[in-house]
Ligand binder design. Structure first.
Ligand SMILES: *Cc1c(COP(=O)(O)O)cnc(C)c1O
Length: 456
């Protein structure tokens, strides 16, 4: 496969140049999607029996295809949960690929998995979970949530009384869509407490009281959110932990987006109770400045995850070398063959130190506060609620959903910004509103001001 020739060296130089240009750029273009048919026309036929050659393929990528993507780290990309991987992490992502590491088993991936585990130890330390707690990197929050809930269900089903029962979990409507998707995959029922605001322990108690006897028997877990994706709301983790403890329920905290804020002193207290979780999801590819894709699932008792997820195969029992015995990430989540996707995070943490992470996360929170004040000072916009973590929900007075959509579309078309509308539920009504989510510390106050003024 790897015949070293002049072409390969040149192609590598081309790729490095592209990468250097990209990571050192002070201004990046927004980019926007095109129809598949249009892209087909621009790209021409790329997969042929003889190959079109790396030079040509790369040219097509640079000239046409890369421009039909939105760089998530653009400072005026404030939609969904943006990301802004550090340069160190991006560069080491290339090293991760070049090193060709199988990240499933220590036997093959020891050096890489060691680095992942160093980074993981830091993440676990932020949660305050007791000694023995540990986690693995997954493809994202969805895979992390699924891995956690499968662990919870398998543990619950160890009891013969529940073996033939279909499980039931409780969460709130503020929970991320992946919780519902995951319940489908795991074939468990899901009950949603009807609040987009903080899910309180008392509301959970009420919900449990309202269950039929059979439903109560089937209930095995509660999913709380540590920073809702829509509004940055942190559930009453301590209150929910208490109820879970009393009711003997698995307590999962989905902090895929908000988990990065565990490092921020200004908001850490809002997560109190997370240290009592049975499992936690945190996405380093959201607020820990890691490139895609990198999620994480952490367990209070990793042995329970191993019992649920370890795959057995006769070809996997060959570890004779002493050095081959160690931590096998594949034993603790749903995926077998895996990239050592925690490696870029490790390199970036080692390069910058954890204080830099603290500063960068605090800046996101600060930007949300700044945006909130700006909104209060402008007559054409108004806050829907006080900014929470790095999320800001606000309305443009007099706009209907179509106005928001049109504004989003125009901004993206101009290559100016990507800010998308969302919905906020009060009582029984859903209102279309605008939303900022800040991750990138390079977003400036001028960026925010310009975006708000474009709504005039
Ligand atoms: C983003 C998000 C998820 C899903 O994570 P992916 O990495 O996109 O799979 C789950 N829960 C919350 C709260 C999220 O913000």
């Amino acid at each position: 496969m790897h015949k070293i020739d002049i072409d390969l060296v040149e192609m590598t130089m081309d790729v490095m140049k592209y990468t250097i240009d990209r990571v050192s750029a002070t201004k990046i273009k927004m980019g926007k999607p095109k129809k598949a048919a249009e892209l087909k026309k621009l790209a021409g036929k790329t997969i042929t029996s003889g190959g079109i050659g790396g030079e040509k393929a790369f040219k097509i990528w640079r000239k046409h295809l890369s421009k039909a993507t939105v760089p998530i780290d653009h400072p005026r990309h404030l939609a969904f949960v943006p990301a802004s991987p550090t340069r160190a992490a991006v560069i080491f992502d290339l090293v991760t690929s070049a090193s060709s590491i199988h990240g499933a088993y220590w036997m093959e991936g020891a050096g890489g998995i060691f680095c992942e585990n160093e980074a993981m130890s830091w993440i676990v330390s932020l949660t305050g979970l007791p000694k023995g707690a540990f986690g693995v990197f997954t493809s994202g929050g969805t895979a992390a949530n699924l891995s956690a809930i499968i662990t919870a269900r398998e543990h619950w089903r160890e009891n013969d009384a529940f073996k033939s029962e279909k499980g039931l979990i409780i969460t709130s409507i503020g929970a991320h869509s992946s919780i519902k998707a995951m319940a489908k995959v795991a074939d468990v029922d899901i009950l949603l407490v009807d609040t987009e605001d903080i899910l309180k322990g008392s509301a959970l108690v009420e919900c449990i009281k309202g269950l039929t006897e059979h439903q109560r028997k089937r209930l095995f877990a509660v999913v709380a959110t540590g920073g809702t994706t829509n509004a940055g709301i942190i559930d009453d983790l301590d209150g929910i932990a208490k109820v879970c403890n009393e009711e003997n329920l698995w307590f999962h905290v989905d902090a895929a987006y908000g988990g990065g804020a565990l490092v921020a002193d200004s908001v850490r207290y809002q997560f109190n109770g997370i240290e009592k979780a049975d499992s936690i999801t945190i996405d380093p590819h959201k607020w820990m400045f890691s490139p895609y894709d990198c999620g994480a699932v952490i367990y209070k008792e990793p042995e329970l995850a191993k019992a649920a997820h370890a795959q057995e195969g006769s070809y996997l029992e060959i570890f004779k070398d002493e050095g081959a015995h160690g931590f096998n990430p594949s034993d603790y989540q749903i995926q077998l063959t895996r990239r050592v996707r925690g490696l870029p995070l490790w390199f970036s943490l080692a390069t910058h130190g954890t204080d830099k992470y603290k500063e960068a996360v605090e800046r996101g929170i600060e930007l949300a506060q700044i945006a909130g004040k700006m909104i209060e000072s402008m007559p054409h916009v108004e806050l829907v609620r006080t900014p929470s973590l790095s999320c800001v929900l606000y309305r443009r007075l007099g706009w209907n959903p179509e106005d928001y959509r049109h504004w989003t579309y125009e901004n993206q078309k101009k290559g100016f910004a990507l800010v998308t509308p969302t919905k906020w539920k009060t009582g029984t009504t859903f209102e279309t509103v605008s939303r900022f989510c800040f991750i990138n510390p390079d977003t400036t106050e001028e960026d925010i001001k310009a975006i708000l003024e474009s709504m005039k």
